[in-house]
Design a protein around this ligand. Structure first.
Ligand SMILES: [Zn+2]
Length: 107
């Protein structure tokens, strides 16, 4: 599946996958996908402590062997330094451990 760009996905593609923030923090596993009539899609994520949280699709930056989501903004957006992904070459903040585009680990 090298280089596959998952711009579309099926529920089966994401349920059970680990959800990782681009900072490297593991949020949990996708338990279900929630659709609303307004067209919104939300991933229902169960954390290691059993608590459920919802992650809007707009925060999902990539789906590969993991579901990669943008972390909560920690103050000001990153102004660099920037690095390019080892796999797909997209530009990303150097402190990110997971590529926002292809979702692969940079470590
Ligand atoms: Zn990449």
């Amino acid at each position: 599946m090298c280089g596959t760009d998952m711009r579309s996905f099926r529920k089966e593609d994401v349920v059970g996958k680990t959800v990782i923030e681009t900072s490297g923090a593991v949020k949990g596993k996708v338990k279900d996908v929630v659709f609303d009539l307004g067209g919104g899609v939300t991933f229902l994520v169960q954390g290691a402590d059993g608590k459920e949280s919802q992650v809007g699709l707009s925060k999902v930056t990539g789906i590969s062997e993991h579901v990669v989501v943008r972390g909560e903004p920690a103050g000001a957006p990153s102004t660099g330094p920037w690095a390019s992904c080892r796999f797909c070459g997209s530009q990303m903040p150097a402190e990110e451990r997971w590529c926002p585009s292809c979702g692969r680990s940079q470590t």
